[in-house]
Design a protein around this ligand. Structure first.
Ligand SMILES: [Zn+2]
Length: 359
C-alpha cells in the first residue's frame, strides 16, 4: 500500500537523509572519502538545503583533491550558514593548498572571527602571514613536477639544481613504489633564519615536509651528496603523504631515510644490539605520532629505530609489499590490519622478528 500522507512522506525522507549522513560521516572517519562522497550525494537527493550535507560533501571532495567541486560545496555550505566557521576553515585549506595565501588568510580570518577558540587556525594564520612576507620577493623555477621558490636572482642556479635532483627523485621513487604524484609539488628554499621563523621546526631538523617541501639552504652552487639526500628524503614524505595521508611516523621516517640512502653503520649496529638485548627497544606503536616534539638525542634514536625497522621490512618482504602496506593505510584502516594485509604478518609478529634480528 502506498502512503500518500505528506507528513509521513516527509519523515521518511528525513530518515533516509539522516541515514545517509550518518553513513557518510562514518566513512569520512575511516578515510574512505570515495564512499563518503557517494553517501553525501545520496543524502543531497533528500535534502539539498542543509549546511551539513554540503559541508560533508565539500570535505570529501577536498580530501579527494577535487578542488573545483570542493569549492562549490563548501561555498554553498557557507552561504546556507554564514555564521558557522567550519566551511571557511576548509575553504582556507583549499586555497592554502593552491598556494593562494591571500585568499586562504581571508577565509581563515573569517573562521577565527566566528570561532575564537580555534587556536590551531589562528596559529596557521600567523604562520601564513610570516610565510607570505618571506615569500613575496621569491623567484620561481618550474620543472615538470615541481615548483621551486627561492629568494634572490643569484639563487636561480640553485633553483635549477634542486629541480633537477627532484626530477631524478621523482623517477627513481616512482619506479621503486610504482607511484607518480600527478599534482605539482611545491618546494620553498629559505635562508637558515627564514626557515626557523616560518616553520618553527626543531633545531635538529634539516628540512621539513608539511604539504610543501621546505628547505633551509644558503647559496648552493653545485650539487652535493648531502643536498641530494635531503631532497630525496623530503620528497619521500611528499609521496607517502600523497599515497597514505595517515602513515605511522616510524614507517614514514624509516622509508624517507632508506630512500635517501642512509645506512646503519657498525657503531649504530652495536648500539641497537645492546638496546635490543636489554629489551629496551620501544614498541613501534609508541612511534606512530610526530617526532617533532622530541629532543635532539631522543630524536636521533627515534630515527634510528625507524630506519632499522623499515630496512628490516624491505629486506624481509620487499618494497612491493611495503607499498602494499601504504595502500592499505590509504584505505583508512589501522596499522595492525595494514601490516597484516600488506606484508601478511601481524604488527606484533613483525615487531618481534625485527627486534630479534637486532640481537
Ligand atoms: Zn623526515
Amino acid at each position: 500500500m502506498t502512503c500518500l500522507c505528506p507528513v509521513f512522506a516527509q519523515t521518511a525522507e528525513q530518515n533516509t537523509y539522516a541515514r545517509y549522513m550518518k553513513t557518510g560521516s562514518e566513512q569520512m572517519k575511516t578515510g574512505d572519502y570515495q564512499a563518503a562522497r557517494a553517501s553525501f550525494e545520496q543524502a543531497l537527493r533528500y535534502n539539498d538545503s542543509a549546511f551539513d550535507v554540503h559541508l560533508g560533501l565539500g570535505v570529501a571532495y577536498f580530501n579527494l583533491q577535487d578542488d573545483k567541486y570542493a569549492e562549490r560545496e563548501l561555498s554553498k555550505a557557507a552561504e546556507i550558514s554564514p555564521k558557522t566557521s567550519a566551511a571557511y576553515q576548509y575553504l582556507g585549506e583549499l586555497y592554502y593548498r593552491k598556494d593562494d595565501l591571500e585568499t586562504a588568510a581571508m577565509y581563515w580570518e573569517k573562521a577565527v572571527a566566528l570561532n575564537p577558540s580555534a587556536t590551531d587556525i589562528r596559529a596557521r594564520l600567523d604562520r601564513i602571514r610570516r610565510e607570505h612576507k618571506t615569500e613575496m620577493n621569491f623567484n620561481r623555477d618550474v620543472s615538470s613536477h615541481f615548483l621551486v621558490k627561492f629568494e634572490g636572482r643569484e639563487q636561480i642556479e640553485a633553483g635549477r639544481i634542486i629541480s633537477r635532483i627532484l626530477e631524478d627523485a621523482y623517477g627513481e621513487l616512482g619506479r621503486a613504489l610504482s607511484y607518480y604524484p600527478d599534482k605539482e609539488i611545491q618546494v620553498i628554499l629559505y635562508s637558515g633564519q627564514q626557515f626557523q621563523e616560518v616553520t618553527d621546526a626543531p633545531g635538529w631538523s634539516g628540512g621539513i615536509y608539511d604539504g610543501k617541501i621546505r628547505i633551509p639552504i644558503g647559496g648552493i652552487e653545485q650539487e652535493t651528496p648531502g643536498l641530494r639526500k635531503l631532497l630525496y628524503h623530503e620528497y619521500t614524505h611528499a609521496v607517502v603523504r600523497a599515497i597514505a595521508p595517515r602513515c605511522p611516523t616510524w614507517l614514514n621516517e624509516g622509508l624517507a631515510q632508506y630512500i635517501e640512502g642512509r645506512q646503519i653503520d657498525s657503531r649504530q649496529r652495536d648500539i641497537l644490539r645492546k638496546i635490543a638485548q636489554a629489551g629496551k627497544i620501544p614498541s613501534l606503536a609508541n612511534m606512530e605520532g610526530s617526532f617533532m616534539g622530541l629532543g635532539g638525542s631522543q630524536a636521533q634514536y627515534a630515527y634510528l629505530f625507524s630506519l632499522s625497522s623499515v630496512s628490516y621490512m624491505i629486506d624481509s618482504f620487499g618494497m612491493y609489499r611495503v607499498k602494499g602496506v601504504l595502500n592499505e593505510l590509504a584505505r583508512g584502516i589501522d596499522t595492525n590490519s595494514s601490516l597484516s594485509n600488506g606484508i601478511q604478518v601481524s604488527y606484533e609478529e613483525f615487531e618481534r622478528g625485527w627486534k630479534r634480528s637486532l640481537e
